[in-house]
Design a protein around this ligand. Structure first.
Ligand code: SAM
Length: 246
């Protein structure tokens, strides 16, 4: 039996029941190097089963002290895509533990390759639905920072229900963030930016740190992401938001 099969548990059944997801699973093109990285490096960097198919994506409760073998602030990036941004953050901030969550296996494989190249010890990766992972596996008040950059905008009205930033999900973020923790977001989709503000500004758990404009200037220390670069090429404006957990 493989390590992946070993890791499956009854939590997988729970995960199978979520009907509306913020992603559509497409394996896409995965390179031999990414496949090899997933096989070879998952035991070192992976959290849970590593199988993002609904019902297979069991993740045990996360205990960061045993996961990282140290106590340090915890930052989570949700939907890291290719992972270049996350690898750069982890390399730049050795004093912080990072967990990346992404369902797209080629991106996960690419991040594992980068993590090994950079010799990162402060990064772990989950290949699963972030909504379920936060709900089931992350204890309340244990996270210092959540980053969600360029989440899928789901532009068609009938798909808006698939957007990650919704009131219920924001409540989940508020649950896992410690008091004073930060929620950082960015999007190049103006209407989604307004929607994010509408959802988050309405929650008493969060304080918008931007003041009257609602959006902060682009932080100098936020590495460019692949989707941001694409948005800029298309001439889109980029909106950055930052909230403090009250
Ligand atoms: C538009 S891409 C942006 C990727 C990256 N942040 C960037 O800026 O280049 C959104 C990513 O979020 C991932 N995603 C969407 N919903 C997710 C979820 N519930 N859990 C984990 N990843 C998710 C998708 O697979 C996709 O890779």
């Amino acid at each position: 039996m493989s390590r992946i099969e070993h890791c499956e548990s009854s939590a997988g059944e729970l995960l199978a029941n979520r009907a509306i997801r913020s992603f559509v699973l497409r394996e896409g093109r995965i390179t031999p190097a990414q496949t090899q990285a997933l096989d070879a490096l998952w035991p070192r960097y992976g959290i849970g089963s590593g199988d993002s198919r609904p019902g297979k994506d069991a993740v045990p409760t996360i205990n960061t002290t045993s996961l990282f073998q140290r106590e340090a602030p915890l930052a989570i990036e949700i939907g890291f895509g290719s992972g270049d941004h996350l690898a750069e953050c982890a390399a730049a901030r050795a004093d912080t533990n990072f967990i990346g969550i992404e369902v797209h296996r080629p991106g996960v494989g690419r991040l594992l390759q980068r993590a090994e190249q950079l010799g990162l010890n402060n990064l772990r990766v989950a290949c699963t639905d972030a909504v379920e992972l936060l709900r089931i596996a992350v204890p309340a008040g244990t996270v210092d920072e959540v980053m969600i950059f360029f989440p899928d905008p789901w532009p068609k009205k009938r798909h808006h229900k698939r957007r990650l930033i919704q009131t219920d999900f924001a409540r989940l973020l508020a649950r896992v963030l410690r008091s004073g923790g930060r929620l950082r977001l960015a999007t190049d989709w103006a209407e989604y930016a307004a929607h994010m503000r509408e959802v988050l500004d309405a929650l008493p758990d969060f304080e918008n740190l931007a003041g009257a404009t609602g959006f902060i200037s682009r932080p100098d220390d936020r590495p460019l992401t692949r989707f941001e670069a694409r948005g800029l090429r298309l001439g889109h404006a980029v909106f950055d938001l930052e909230y403090r957990r009250r």
